[in-house]
Design a protein. Structure first.
Length: 318
């Protein structure tokens, strides 16, 4: 018996960090995915995990909540897998293999996609009925448990796909009037989502009269961007992305490496560019109607970069 589930990664167009505090955000599921394949294992109650692209191997005992691994630096991913497995009705040992088409720690929703694909595959493997709503909600709980704080946005977009506007816990699919040509640039230095979210929270507690208006401005521009996307107003989308970047810079989550990519993309013709995700490293996105090749070429001269399209398929099975 073998079950494979896959889930897309994401980019946040507008609203990161503010969304953790209940404000709206807009995200796009991208055509880079995570696949989780589960087979019956030999050891009852033990799940052996392989992530070949990261050279990671480990084992999880979900009943005891223990993880054994080979000491690889990227074995933190096993905590998301363990959390997802503990939410299912596990009846037997399993062999679990993860295939990644998303850079880890790059702000592209890899942890959410892994969590969603793991939960979906494990539930199907154990013949457990589960709805997409339950997958998104349960996987958000896992991310909170692992990270300490998390928005429901990442797990929602990995579950449902497409373009979504999230306001608190309400998910509204958006239908863009035009394509959203996006280029992603990412740095080798990953950001730590939990630490960055905590850092913004500390600033907010220390300087509430300064930070709260910044978060309110992010909320306002996200709502403005929703209308621009629906109307296909390319100029306004780009301008709002650039404003959003300035506000994220003010929150202290930008880096010199990301900033260099952001401004290089604009010089190459992008209408808008900003970091995406928690920041502190990771990725940026460039919105570049009519200039995709030029922006991609310039960013590749500096760091890793690739074009992404919208994935209208959320979690799927095979």
């Amino acid at each position: 018996m073998k079950i494979t589930a896959s889930a897309p990664g994401k980019v946040i167009l507008f609203g990161e960090h503010a969304v953790v505090l209940g404000k709206p955000a807009i995200a796009v599921a991208v055509d880079r995915r995570v696949k989780v394949t589960i087979r019956k294992g030999k050891e009852t109650g033990i799940i052996n995990v392989k992530i070949p692209s990261l050279a990671v191997q480990g084992s999880i005992n979900p009943d005891q909540g223990t993880i054994e691994n080979d000491g690889h630096l990227k074995t933190g991913i096993l905590h998301y897998i363990k959390g997802a497995l503990q939410k299912t009705s596990i009846k037997r040992g399993m062999e679990l293999e993860v295939s990644l088409d998303i850079p880890i720690g790059a702000g592209l929703g890899s942890s959410a996609a892994i969590t969603v694909a793991t939960l979906a595959a494990a539930a199907r493997f154990n013949q457990q009925d589960i709805t997409k709503e339950e997958i998104a909600e349960t996987c958000h709980q896992v991310e909170v448990e692992v990270q300490g704080a998390a928005s429901p946005l990442d797990t929602a977009i990995s579950t449902y796909g497409g373009v979504i506007y999230l306001s608190k816990t309400k998910i509204t699919p958006l239908q863009p009037a035009r394509d959203l040509p996006l280029v992603v640039g990412y740095t080798p230095q990953p950001g730590n989502t939990g630490e960055l979210v905590e850092g913004v929270g500390r600033k907010r507690n220390t300087y509430p009269d300064i930070i709260n208006p910044i978060l309110d401005s992010i909320e306002n521009l996200t709502n403005e961007a929703r209308e621009a996307i629906i109307q296909g107003d390319e100029k306004r989308i780009g301008e709002l992305m650039n404003i959003n970047q300035g506000l994220l810079d003010a929150l202290g989550v930008n880096t010199w490496e990301l900033s260099r990519l952001v401004y290089q993309a604009r010089q190459a013709g992008a209408l808008g560019s900003k970091l995406t995700g928690a920041g502190g490293g990771g990725s940026m996105i460039a919105y570049c109607p009519g200039r995709t090749r030029e922006v991609l070429r310039e960013l590749k001269n500096l760091e890793n970069a690739f074009q992404v399209g919208i994935s209208y398929k959320g979690v799927t099975y095979r």
